[in-house]
Design a protein around this ligand. Structure first.
Ligand code: FPP
Length: 215
């Protein structure tokens, strides 16, 4: 979800306003995905590196996360969506961790749709975290075991879409991205809309995925 700051700048607004617009787009885009039968979506809200931004900015985004969960939880329950925050949230204030825990527990039994928010998330952190779990459990460090204990489990993305014009993963799902289709768009996140989702999906359907094999 890149481009909130530039979008705000172009509209003569503050970065905070840009993040508010970006945040209000998240659930709308998730609903567009559901309508198109995309059943698992992860939104990359904050990377581990983004956490080095000013306290004012990171705190503001953590409050947006809290507000957004509270606002959409009834709808997540109605739509039977499993909600999860992936990343290291141990530093967040207790009230926000409680909001997250409550939403995760209340939706934990659902299986049809999954909405993940990556917050203070890094692909490198995810791999190291999984290895630490394996070591604690005294399990072999195999592809299968390492995948199983990632924050996404063995649920790997078919497609990773980055808005905002840059062509890099910025530490997003490094292990899980091994065979994901990568899509980079110039559109800034607050302007990303349901038409963009359908265009991307139509394009994805025309791609022959070979997973390294020869036809
Ligand atoms: C990157 O673009 C965006 C972020 C680091 C924050 C994204 C946060 C949200 C969309 C709001 C959080 C919402 C929820 C539901 C957790 P940037 O703002 O750095 O853009 P720039 O490169 O144009 O400055």
């Amino acid at each position: 979800m890149d481009g909130n700051g530039r979008w705000a700048d172009r509209h003569g607004k503050t970065r905070q306003f840009g993040h508010e617009q970006g945040s209000s787009n998240v659930y709308d885009i998730f609903l567009s995905c559901i309508e198109l039968d995309i059943n698992t979506v992860t939104f990359f809200a904050m990377s581990s590196e983004n956490m080095n931004r000013s306290k004012e900015e990171t705190e503001f985004i953590s409050i947006l996360l809290d507000d957004s969960i509270k606002k959409h939880l009834p709808d997540l329950l109605d739509n039977q969506v499993k909600f999860k925050v992936i990343g290291d949230i141990s530093h967040l204030p207790k009230n926000i961790r409680d909001t997250i825990d409550y939403a995760e527990s209340a939706t934990s039994k659902f299986t049809k749709y999954k909405l993940n928010i990556a917050y203070n998330y890094g692909g490198q952190w995810d791999v190291v975290n999984s290895i630490n779990i394996l070591m604690r459990k005294k399990l072999a460090i195999s592809y299968e075991n390492l995948s199983k204990y990632l924050s996404t489990g063995s649920d790997f993305p078919d497609m990773i879409v980055r808005t905002g014009g840059y062509k890099r993963l910025s530490n997003f799902m490094l292990w899980q991205a091994a065979y994901s289709e990568l899509i980079f768009l110039d559109v800034l996140w607050p302007e990303f809309c349901s038409d963009d989702v359908s265009n991307i999906l139509n394009n994805y359907k025309s791609i022959k995925r070979k997973f390294g094999k020869v036809e």
